[in-house]
Every structure is written in structure tokens, then in C-alpha cells.
Design a protein around this ligand. Structure first.
Ligand code: HAM
Length: 427
């Protein structure tokens, strides 16, 4: 039996990897514009990091982690998200002591969640995310949201909806928690087992239960916005004022609570409204986390960030009919005739590449016509035709495949000639 890739994973073949390169380049440029620097953390961490960071009562920790024991009996987990790892690293390397504050970091790479695979949901997916740690200025909340929107608008996406909410500070959350307990306790027998557990441990999590979504009590649940204390209210107003001033459209949704426990104050998501995008419409999620650095053993420092799945971005591009063009042209294809020429053309090819000329040759013993066909298939701009006679005479025919012009060039003149032809092409 042939071995297949594991369920919920995907091979990225050369037909699509060029799109990933284009997107990654765009995102790196955007990060430079916003002054965020790259951080790379390990693919696996101590399980405790996510239990403490993401939260014991979240779906991620309860149901979705790839957790295993290594040979020394340590419990390790493939990272399901990036924020906990980045904050762990921030604390471990005492980044708060660096002169450049806030610490503005971005990351890109695979994340792992044991979920039911469907369109837009896989078990290995790739996030691009940023974290700005060390500032509690509403202006940075607005910067992070603007950056998030930029990731999609810069690639030409238009059917986007930005949804924001505030989850408030600890005090606001406490009074909201009481209200949620009072609201759901009378109907607790009608709710799923998970919700019953959440009711005791973390009632906010009830609001993103996938099983009881349709229950009447969910619709009438107390709104967090009614429980924000003055400070939290003001913070939210300030963030909105920044977004208004920047001309970034948003809608406030008091039901947006996010699926991870570390959030405080600002929470936001970007949805795709493109027809044909699929049933999971969330492209990106993020928010502020004022207690996380401390929870992971660091000082009382707050942060904010977002992450999105690159796969979902690709889905949105497709849904909006945006085609990322590949640069799959080649500078020069060497056509060789006769057995004795091969060692020479291999040397020539090596020299061309050393000069930065994108070149290739035939490796399948194709006939002359077949080699020209291959040059065409590869979109080569030039063909060098090398036969035994040409070798003896010390000249090589170089054909411009766009214009059809052909010229016999002295052997030691070939590279400058090719370079001049390619320059003409650019002009
Ligand atoms: P999250 O909402 O769990 O947040 O995930 C963020 C994004 O990752 C989602 O909006 C989606 O695009 C993508 N994603 C999540 N799970 C899957 C999956 N199974 N398959 C494909 N894509 C998926 C976080 O991860 C937070 N760390 C975001 C954040 C950063 N908050 C503050 N800083």
C-alpha cells in the first residue's frame, strides 16, 4: 500500500509554492514598513506552556493539542499557535530589558491542531502573526489592527469585514463572569457537558461553544460591553477613535470573545465576505493580552497581536479571483547536439549560473526539436546551440527565442553577449 500524507496535512507542490513565496515576501515587506522583526521559536514546547498560556478550558488545550512524551518522559506539545511561544521567549530572553521598546515581533510557520479537517481547517496549517509587547497605548492596538488589515488589502482583497470588541480588564471580566453564571445556571441541564464544566471554570468560554451555539440562552447572554468598568470603556473608546481617524471601517460585535483565554480589552477578527469563500469565514484573529507575560513568569507587561492562516488567505484570494502571477521564465536554455558536447555544455551551464544567469539544459537525450520545445516550455529567452562543429570552430549560435534573431558568437564572448541580450529584454 502506498503511504499517504497524514489526514489534515497538505503537500505544497511547486505549482503553488511560488504563491507562498510571493505572499511571504509581501508580508515581510509589510513587517519592515511597520518596524516588526522576525522571531523563530521551536515547533514544540513544554505542554505546560499552552496549558497556562492558552488556557485549560479552551478547545485548543482540551481537545486539539498534539501532545506526546519524549524518550525522557517529558510532556511536549506541537505548537497550536504562536503567541504563547513568543511570550515565553520574550520572558526567557528578558526582552523587556532591550532598549528598543515595545518589542515588535513577527513570525511565520506551521501550527498544529487536532481538529476535524474541512475546507479552511487543517491539522497542520501555517500562520503569519505579529506580537507587540510592552505598550498599553491604544495607538498600538490601532497599529496592530491596521497591519492586520494591510496583510489582506495589500494583496488586493476587498470583501473584508473587521469586527472588534472589548473583553475589558480583570475587574470588568469578573463582574461579567458573575452575570454569565447567573444567566446560564438555570438552563445548565440543557447545555452540553463541556458547557457545564465551562460554567464552573470559565463561563466566558460558553459563548464560543460550537455545540450549543443555537441555544436561546446564548442569544440573550449578558453583553461584556455592559460590564466594562470606566477604564476599560475609555480604552475601547480610544482604540475606536484611532481607527476612525485612520479611516479603517469596523463593526462592533459584543459576542466576539475569541477562543483563547489570554485576551483582555481589545479583541478583533477579520472575516471574508467573498461569495464562495466557504462556511468558515474567519481569516484572522487577534487581541490584547495584559496578563500573559506575568502568567508565564515575566514582569507586569502587556501585549497585543494577531495571527492568520496563510491557507485561508489563499482561499480568499481565490474566492475574489485574484491570481498571483508566477515569474517562471528562464534566461537561457542550452541545446546540445552530439555526444561529445555534453561535458562542455555542463561546464558552460555552470559558468552561466555563476554569472547569475538562470539557465538549464536537456537531461533526457531529446532530439534537436525536442530540446527547442523544452526551451519553449521553460519560457527561455535565449537558446544556445552547441554542436561538435561549433565546438571545433570556437563559436556558438545564440538564438533570441522572442525575436527569432540568431547570431554566431565567439566562445569567450558568449557571457557578455547573453548579458547584453538580457539587458535589452529588461529595457
Ligand atoms: P486563532 O484565532 O486561534 O488565534 O487563530 C488565528 C488564525 O489561524 C485563524 O483565524 C485562522 O486563520 C488560522 N487557523 C486556526 N486554526 C486553523 C486550522 N485548523 N486550519 C487552518 N487555519 C487555522 C491565534 O492563534 C492567536 N495566537 C492569535 C493572536 C496572536 N492573538 C494575539 N496574538
Amino acid at each position: 500500500m502506498k503511504i499517504q500524507s497524514p489526514r489534515g496535512t497538505e503537500d505544497l507542490l511547486p505549482e503553488v509554492t511560488y504563491k507562498w513565496h510571493l505572499i511571504e515576501d509581501k508580508l515581510k515587506n509589510l513587517a519592515t514598513l511597520y518596524n516588526y522583526k522576525e522571531i523563530r521559536t521551536p515547533m514544540f514546547e513544554h505542554t505546560e506552556l499552552f496549558q497556562r498560556g492558552v488556557g485549560e478550558t479552551t478547545d485548543i488545550v482540551q481537545k486539539e493539542m498534539y501532545t506526546f512524551e519524549d524518550r525522557s518522559g517529558r510532556s511536549l506539545t506541537l505548537r497550536p499557535e504562536g503567541t504563547a511561544s513568543v511570550v515565553r521567549s520574550y520572558v526567557q530572553h528578558k526582552m523587556h530589558g532591550n532598549t528598543n521598546q515595545p518589542s515588535k515581533l513577527y513570525y511565520m510557520g506551521p501550527m498544529f491542531r487536532y481538529e476535524r479537517p474541512q475546507q479552511g481547517r487543517t491539522r497542520q496549517f501555517h500562520q503569519f502573526g505579529i506580537e507587540a509587547i510592552g505598550s498599553e497605548d491604544p495607538a498600538i492596538d490601532a497599529e496592530v489592527i491596521a497591519f492586520a488589515m494591510g496583510c489582506f488589502t495589500e494583496l488586493g482583497l476587498k470583501s473584508l469585514k473587521l469586527v472588534i470588541n472589548s473583553i475589558g480588564d480583570e475587574e470588568s471580566r469578573k463582574s461579567h463572569r458573575e452575570a454569565l453564571i447567573n444567566h446560564f445556571t438555570p438552563v445548565k441541564n440543557e447545555l452540553c457537558d463541556d458547557c457545564n464544566e465551562r460554567l464552573e471554570k470559565n463561563p466566558l468560554r460558553l459563548l464560543d461553544c460550537k455545540v450549543d451555539q443555537g441555544h436561546e440562552a446564548m442569544k440573550t447572554a449578558p453583553s461584556i460591553l455592559d460590564y466594562l468598568n470606566d477604564e476599560s470603556k475609555q480604552y475601547f473608546e480610544d482604540v475606536k477613535a484611532h481607527l476612525d481617524e485612520m479611516g479603517i471601517d469596523y463593526v462592533v460585535d459584543d459576542k466576539l470573545v475569541r477562543g483563547l483565554d489570554y485576551y483582555t480589552h481589545t479583541a478583533f477578527e477579520i472575516m471574508s465576505e467573498a461569495e464562495g469563500f466557504g462556511s468558515i469565514t474567519t481569516l484572522m484573529g487577534g487581541g490584547r493580552y495584559n496578563g500573559l507575560v506575568q502568567d508565564l513568569g515575566g514582569p507586569e507587561i502587556s501585549g497585543i497581536g494577531f495571527a492568520f492562516g496563510v491557507e485561508r488567505l489563499l482561499m480568499a484570494l481565490e474566492a475574489e479571483g485574484i491570481d498571483l502571477k508566477a515569474d517562471d521564465s528562464m534566461d537561457c536554455f542550452i541545446i546540445s547536439i552530439g555526444e561529445k558536447t555534453k561535458t562542455f555544455t555542463s561546464k558552460l551551464l555552470y559558468q552561466l549560473r555563476k554569472e547569475g544567469i538562470r539557465a538549464d539544459q536537456d537531461y533526457l537525450n531529446r532530439k534537436l526539436k525536442g530540446q527547442f520545445k523544452q526551451a519553449e516550455r521553460l519560457n527561455a529567452k535565449l537558446a544556445m546551440i552547441v554542436g561538435e562543429n561549433e565546438l571545433e570552430n570556437g563559436v556558438i549560435n545564440i538564438k533570441n527565442l522572442n525575436t527569432g534573431d540568431e547570431k554566431a558568437v565567439q566562445l569567450d564572448e558568449t557571457i557578455p553577449y547573453i548579458q547584453s541580450q538580457l539587458e535589452e529584454e529588461i529595457e
